[in-house]
Design a protein around this ligand. Structure first.
Ligand code: TRP
Length: 340
């Protein structure tokens, strides 16, 4: 039997290059080797976007197009978090296994609260890593390919596994492993800060060639190079980082030309945009094909959500039994009443 992958994203908009190198490439590479469950975590949008989300359903569709566009096969199990009530149930059970002090220490949660200026965190917000543990464990994941910012949540998940198995004296769950991509943090077009939609420094997978050109054109390059005739410092240039990631074959040549000032930043960025457009071409074509067939995309998601729910229901039976929350007498009496 194949081992399982569980991973996913919040539907707050389109996915970008940071997602691609941070985790999507891993998912594409591993999709045949593993039985994959991809969660679109709409409930998690309620953590820091509760008053400002645009249309979640439209964003679910965008994320699905990105997934299928990067080459995740439609046969994988794609599903929507809020449509699996068992995940909420499992979150509730897990919430008794984690102390308040423990969730309050989570560095990713703290960063997010700061980034979005949330001063009074809701219970759901501080507790979402526990809900994420439920997402992962309801499907008994072995591997969780994610971006680096998610590592504290995987650690939290592993703690839940240990505590659960220990308290209820049954090995219901196994310890999942995290897997981070080769480029754990990709800087955005604004320079040092990581690529993120809320900073508007991102290149979306779905941007057009022209939009990519404009965004890369504004990119911060080498702060030490004041004039075109000055030699550049590729090792300190943000655009050059992109060359080494997205054009590793040409990067050495770019570096030489930059250092001896035969290449200016403006032309360099124009070429970089072209290179990115080349790298993203196939993804964008495939994405557009799916985006043009919404019914197909929703069907893929419906099929996955149905299958995911069955798997989660199975796990919950085991969980309730381990926790002594299965009541055969009551169940029997209720069956009799409803006539089944
Ligand atoms: N927290 C993830 C993000 O912000 C989304 C997510 C929800 C997730 N549940 C998950 C990721 C389970 C991996 C596994 O993108």
């Amino acid at each position: 039997m194949k081992k399982r992958i569980v991973t996913g994203d919040r539907p707050t908009g389109r996915l970008h290059l940071g997602h691609l190198v941070g985790t999507l490439q891993n998912r594409v590479r591993l999709q045949d080797e593993y039985d994959c469950f991809f969660i679109i975590a709409d409930l998690q949008v309620l953590t820091d976007h509760i008053e400002r989300y645009s249309d979640i359903e439209a964003n679910i569709f965008e994320v699905m197009c990105d997934y299928l566009g990067v080459g995740l096969k439609p046969e994988n199990c794609f599903f929507v978090q809020s449509q699996i009530p068992e995940l909420c149930e499992l979150t509730m059970y897990f919430s008794f296994l984690v102390s308040l002090a423990r969730v309050q220490r989570n560095p990713t949660v703290k960063n997010e609260a700061e980034m979005y200026g949330v001063s009074q965190m809701s219970l759901g917000f501080v507790g979402y890593p526990v809900s994420q543990a439920a997402d992962i464990l309801a499907f008994k994941a072995h591997l969780v390919p994610v971006g680096q910012d998610q590592l504290p949540h995987i650690e939290q998940t592993r703690e839940v596994v240990r505590t659960f198995n220990h308290i209820f004296k049954k090995e219901v769950f196994e310890l999942p492993e995290a897997l981070v991509g080769e480029i754990p943090v990709l800087s955005g077009t604004s320079g040092e800060q990581k690529m993120s939609k809320s900073l508007d420094n991102q290149i979306d997978l779905a941007h057009t060639g022209e939009e990519t050109f404009v965004r890369i054109g504004k990119m911060v390059t080498d702060a030490k190079r004041a004039y075109r005739k000055d030699p550049g410092h590729p090792e300190e240039c943000f655009a050059f980082r992109y060359w080494s990631i997205f054009g590793p074959d040409v990067a050495p040549q770019v570096s030489v030309e930059c250092k001896n000032a035969t290449r200016g930043c403006k032309e360099c960025k124009a070429q970089l945009a072209e290179q990115l457009n080349k790298v993203l071409h196939e993804i964008r074509e495939r994405r557009a094909q799916y985006a043009a067939q919404p019914e197909l995309v929703w069907d893929i998601l419906a099929t996955g959500t149905k299958r995911a729910r069955q798997v989660a229901q199975q796990t919950l039976i085991e969980v309730r039994e381990a926790m002594r929350l299965s009541f055969p007498h009551l169940t029997k009496a209720m069956r009799k009443m409803s006539g089944v």
